[in-house]
Each structure stands twice: as C-alpha cells, then as structure tokens.
Write a protein that binds this ligand. Structure first.
Ligand code: ADP
Ligand code: MG
Length: 555
C-alpha cells in the first residue's frame, strides 16, 4: 500500500467556499438585491436617491436603474441584477417584480434546504413550476388586445407610469404614447412589429410635464448654420447628406507651392468654385432643406444661404436614420449623384426656440414612420424620471401590440398562478412538490409587497385576494389607491402579458442557477492573471465574502 499525499490544485491565495457555506452566502446576497428594491414596487412604492462618486443625483423608483447605479460586486448578486437587465431589454418594464421574485424564490429555497431537501430537487421543482406558470399565463390568464383598442392600450401605458415622476401628467403622456406607437407600428404578416427606436424622445427642461408634445416628424437639437438662411420652410424638400460639404482633401499628402499673389487667388477661386458647384448640385435637385451629418464649409454655408436653403450640420447618425423614415428620403453619400427622388418631404421645417435653445422641427410629414416626443418638466430630475417612465410606457404598449396579449395588474396574475401551482403541486408529488409550493409562496410576495408599500396589512390583503380567486374571480387584484381588493380590469390596471412571462422565467432561471452552485472559487486576483477579463469574480472586491458597502447602505 502506498502513502497518499494531499494534492493542492489551487494557488495559496485563491479563496474557496464550499457546500452550505457557499450556498448560504450566494442566497443571502441575491436576497439582499431583492430586498433593496422591494420598497419601490407598485404605484405607492418609495423612490430612491442615488448619489454617485461625482455627486450626481438620480431619483428613481425604476428597478433596473437603481441596480445599475448601485455598483454591485457580489457574483451571485450580479446574477440577479442580470435578471433586471434581461427584463429591461425584453420588455422594458417589470424589472422590480422580476428581482423581487428572484430574491424570494431563493429565500423560500433556503427554508427547504434547512429541511434537508437537496438543492437539485428544489431546482427541478422550480423548473416545473416556472413551466406551469407559462402555460397558465398564456392559456388561462391572458386576454387579447389589438392595435385599434386604444382604450386598453392607454391603460397599459398608464399602469406603467403610475407612481413614477410622470404620474401627474399620466393622461397626456399616455395619449402621446399610444399615438406615437400607432404611427410607427409596422404591419407584418401575422400582426405588428414595433421598434420603439423610431420614436425619438427629446428632453428639454422647462414648462410643465403636460406641455410635452408629439411631433409628427423629428425634432433635432441643432440650429441653422447661417443667419441668412430662412428660419422656416413650407413644403420642404429635404436632402439628407452623409458626406461633408467641404473642399475635398486630397488622398495623398500634396503640397502646393504658391509663389505669387495671383496664384493664391487662383487657388482660392478654384476652391470656391468647387464649393459653389456642390451647392449648385443641391439646388438643382430641388432641395430647400439640407441636413448634413458632417461639416459644412463657411463658403458653402454662404452659398446655401444665398440660394435660400435651410441647412444644419453635424446631425447625429441616428437622427439621419429617423429622418429618412419620417420623410421618406434616401441618405445621400455622393453629392454628384443627388436626385430629386432621393429627397424627403415634410410640410413644414422650422427653427423654434425651446427654453432658450434653437431646435429644428421637421413636421407635417405625410406618413411618418418615425416620430418625436418632446418631454418637458420643471427640473432636470423631473424630466429625467418622466423620460424613464415614458420609455417604459412606450415599450409596454409596443410589447402589448406585438404579442396582442395583456393581463390584469395589481398582483391578480400572481395570486392566480399561486393558486394553480398549489393544485399542480399535488400532482407532482415527492419532495419536488414542496418546491412547487414554495414557488407559489414566492409569487405571492408581490401581493404582500404591493400592500405593504401602500400602508395596508399584507396578510389581510393576501387573505382577501386568495379567497376571491378561490371563488373563481380571476381578475381580483389589489387597487392600491382605494386599498380594496376589486376587479382590477375595472380599475384600469393592465399590463402586457410579456411582463409576467418574462419576469417569472428569468427569476426562476437565476434562482435555479444560484441554487446549483455549491462551490465558489475566486482567483487570486493578480492583474496579470485577470488578463482584463471583464466583470470577473476575482479581484479583491469580488471575493464572495461580505456584501459590498454600497449595498448595505441602500437597505
Ligand atoms: P416594476 O419595475 O416591476 O414594473 P413597478 O413599481 O412599476 O415595478 O410596479 C409594478 C406593479 O404595480 C405591478 O404588479 C402592477 O400591476 C402594479 N400596479 C400598477 N398600478 C397599480 C394600481 N393602480 N393598483 C395596484 N397595483 C398596481
Ligand atoms: Mg413598472
């Protein structure tokens, strides 16, 4: 028999946590993320004031915004933050909901682990439950909606905005939301495609939120390049030019030797002639408005002004694309090939002062496939939060139209899912049954939190909700304003189906992933080894030990 030597596979300074310790640590971190945003859930949720290292202040109750600003380092906590980001990317709303559910799934799992249920059993029970939720949501809970149903769409928008800074002007903004979305929605084979990127949201501090307006075209934060140009052009023919209107630089480094004043004059005349010709080309195409993505030479500006053409320069590329869609123009990259058919049209292009700054309004576009919304508000913080709420609203309405499905809010779907999961649990049997039941409990945290944040008794509310649902009232939800459990459709609280399907799915996925980890090894964190790998769990701050300081302060 040979002597066994211990084998070391990790370097001395690598940190390692294993088994229950690793699980506890990860679960606690993930739970902490859920706890951090829980108080902001629902219309009566509180806001957070986030101050970054430069002293910049963000006031918000938007889950993903809070988590992005929080600079979270714990690797498991980061996985929960990912849930919020996925939710934001896929749906644009429901980020707090997703994170709260993820945190609670892990908290419930902890109880099961304490009762010696193996983590893989919990994980597979959670998977079954999540799958069941998708079925119930899609087949039993969701209701149809179509693009002509403006009333429902406005409710979807209002629900997403309630409780945010935009609340006071909810009606105005919801009307803008639905109009904007309807004008850019593309009809495709079996439904609609809605790309909210084609709605440009321009913020301007000043005025009231109610003064926000929809522009059937584009607003560009630029002014005309020459005072001699007209400030307003009716029946505009617009040339979108992506190259500079300047003297072309030679490809090779040329040096021109000038020995007499005459030669200099000739040279300048030549240059002037070139610019004049470019402007002539534009003029001949019939354009009376030029939007240039690059620079416009002073001399060219002069000639454009003389021709009565309104021009702006250094427009953003994204604006060029939107302008093309709004006015029907083609972006021109070679001035010699400019043609009448490349030009876009707009009934009115004018320069207008908004709170002291000149902006260009390209409006009265015939069938604008891209529109703008000018968001106003008393202070920068207000405008920023209104914009965030408005972006959420745009996304949820877009998603509702794309999927053609909505659900009631006020935690009606969550209570219904919980009820059906408990029925389903019995058919699952075994220890997994316990996990399915835990999943149901986790979903009910949404009801309890909505109640708590509204200053109501969470237990009483939940009992009311359960009994209504048990008696078959699937639309019973908590109206946080009256504090009553009522038919929540009637209260006008409506959300797109995808908010819920996505939240349940990504919360479950993250929880399962975290549960399956029983060994956390973090590298020694030396610079060379890290090799610039982004977001690595290594490094001194990434050790799976304590919570980062910033997080503790948030709760
Ligand atoms: P999230 O980031 O998850 O969207 P919110 O703070 O926007 O978080 O809160 C969303 C929750 O608030 C949803 O469950 C929604 O149904 C609920 N809600 C919205 N308006 C009302 C209302 N008037 N009464 C009750 N619940 C509401
Ligand atoms: Mg929301």
């Amino acid at each position: 028999m040979s002597m066994r030597q211990p084998v070391f596979i990790l370097s001395d300074d690598a940190e390692r946590t294993q088994g229950r310790d690793a699980q506890e640590n990860n679960i606690n971190a993930a739970k902490a993320v859920g706890e951090a945003v829980r108080t902001t859930l629902g219309p009566k949720g509180m806001d957070k004031m986030l101050v970054d290292s430069l002293g910049d202040v963000v006031i918000t109750n938007d889950g993903v915004t809070i988590l992005k600003e929080m600079d979270i380092e714990h690797p498991a906590a980061k996985m929960v933050v990912e849930v919020a980001k996925t939710q934001e990317d896929e749906v644009g709303d429901g980020t707090t909901t997703a994170v709260v559910i993820a945190g609670e799934l892990l908290k419930q799992a902890q109880d099961l682990l304490d009762q010696d249920v193996h983590p893989t059993i919990v994980a597979s029970g959670y998977r079954l439950a999540a799958k069941k939720c998708q079925e119930v949501l899609k087949d039993e809970i969701a209701q149809e909606v179509n693009i002509e149903d403006e009333e429902t769409l406005r409710k979807v928008s209002e629900t997403a905005m309630t409780g945010k800074g935009a609340e006071s002007a909810r009606d105005t903004l919801s009307e803008l939301t639905v109009k904007a979305i309807k004008s850019i929605a593309d009809k495709v084979k079996d439904g609609y495609e809605v790309d909210t990127d084609y709605i440009k949201v321009e913020k301007k501090v000043g005025g009231r939120v109610e003064d926000s307006e929809l522009i059937d075209g584009l607003i560009i934060d630029k002014e005309k390049v020459h005072p001699g140009m007209p400030s307003s052009v009716k029946e505009a023919k617009i040339a979108l030019i992506s190259t500079p209107i300047e003297v072309e630089e030679t490809e090779v480094d040329a040096e021109i030797q000038i020995t007499s004043p005459d030669q200099l004059q000739n040279f300048l005349d030549e240059e002037e002639g070139m610019l004049k010709k470019k402007v002539q080309k534009i003029k001949e195409s019939g354009a009376n408005v030029v939007i240039c993505q690059k620079g416009i030479d002073d001399m060219a500006q002069h000639y454009l002004a003389k021709e009565g053409i309104l021009a702006v320069r250094r427009a953003k590329k994204s604006d060029m694309e939107k302008l093309a869609r709004a006015t029907g123009a083609n972006v021109i990259s070679n001035l010699n090939e400019i043609e009448d058919s490349d030009l876009g049209s707009a009934g009115n292009v004018r320069e207008k002062k908004v709170s002291g700054d000149d902006m260009l309004f390209v409006t009265e576009c015939e069938n604008p496939k891209s529109v703008s919304v000018l968001v106003r508000g008393g202070t920068e913080h207000v405008v920023d939060e209104v914009e965030r709420a408005f972006q959420d609203a745009l996304r949820v309405v877009a998603v509702a139209i794309e999927d053609g499905k909505v659900v009631a809010g006020g935690s009606a779907p969550e209570v219904d899912l919980a009820l059906k999961l408990r029925d389903y649990a019995a058919s699952v049997g075994g220890r997994e049954q316990l996990a399915v039941e835990s999943f149901a409990n986790a979903l009910e945290l949404i009801s309890r939190t909505l109640a708590e944040n509204a200053g109501l008794d969470p237990i009483d509310t939940l009992v009311d909700l359960r009994s209504m649902h048990e008696s078959g009232d699937m639309a019973a939800g908590l109206d946080v304003f009256s504090g009553e459990v009522i038919d929540i459709w009637d209260a006008g609280v409506v959300e797109p189906l995808r908010v819920k399907t996505q939240a349940v799915d990504s919360a479950a996925e993250a929880a399962v992933m975290i549960l399956r980890i029983d060994d956390v090894i973090s590298g020694s964190g030396s610079e060379e080894e890290a090799g610039g790998a982004p977001g690595g769990a290594g490094g001194p701050g990434g050790a799976p030990g304590g919570m980062p300081g910033g997080m503790g302060g948030m709760m």
